[in-house]
Design a binder for this molecule. Sequence first.
Ligand code: ATP
Length: 360
Amino acid sequence: MTAISLTGLTKVYPGDVTALDTLDLEIRDGEFFALLGPSGCGKTTLLRTIAGLESATGGTVAIGERDVTALPPGRRDVAMVFQDYALFPHMTVRDNIGYPLKIKKAPAARRSAKAAEVAAELGLDGYLARRPGQLSGGQQQRVALARAMACHPSVFLFDEPLSNLDARLRLEARTFLKRLQRELGVTTVFVTHDQAEALALADRIAVLEAGRIRQLGTPTEIYRRPANTFVASFIGSTPMNLLPGTVRGAWVRVGDALLPGPMGTEAGALPEGAEVVYGIRPEYLRYTAQHAADVPGALPGRVTVIENLGSTQLLTLDPVAGGPPLQVTVPEDLPVTVGEPGYALPRPERVLIYRDGDLL
Ligand code: ATP
């Protein structure tokens, strides 16, 4: 069942800024859905247009079976949690959580009981009499969540829900949010510019660029097979290596080296002589200090930077034959020194070939 359906959605701000460009999207019932993209791609505008806080210039927004395009936010049955939580500083936690019910003119006793019930679900029972200023960032975030939950909306909309938390709290809050969403089963759309957050939380992700969806898929699909070089360079904690090359049979010539084409590709299935981009993630390259240089399938280079990432090391290798440096992930205990010559060997089953920016 579809929870949110966007058809031809367009938003043009004054000054002729097209923030959303005839966008079509169907979000399923109960789904945890991420809108991901760089700054200015239109994520917040999209979320606010679903909420009714921005009016669409063209196209329609449907929630469930209802076309809500012309309805004000209060009649859309959605609850939005803002990046800064937007709590009322002069109100207690109890009153903040109960506020949406107050708007709906629920009696005080009911508001108070509901606030206590939701607060208990979120581990906030001991804080009902406090004001937001007397809470940690993580607790404030939970109050904002509790306020959103108090009305049992059919859709939650989160704008960068974790961005105000420090690194440790952020991880904790991420797990908490995922569990809560699973338990409540409420369709949730969240905006983030953090690809790791989107991969960790979402059932599906839409990657946006300049008001358009560049790829829609599960985290695994988007991570394994980015549909274009934009998504390939955006997803992954270290970006994918994207090396310009030329097709030679089942191989791709990158500088002076011949690298294996994708496994399963018949010789000749790649367009012979075509200029392509050879895509391989740092974790799918094997590094070796020794290799028979005349054996195809490895890119010779020199290690110029070693970054310790804790459980792994990230090497930067400057190819001997010139061209862009590439990055290789190696185990944390592999002895490597800056300046040493070495080889990067791609795992053929993980190679992706892009032509004119799109995955072949
Ligand atoms: P960020 O991650 O930086 O918040 P975003 O992906 O959420 O970015 P939006 O805030 O939706 O992007 O903005 C999309 C585009 O619309 C940007 O070019 C932005 O400058 C423009 N924009 C946003 N709000 C307005 C406004 N009120 N008036 C004019 N242009 C706007």
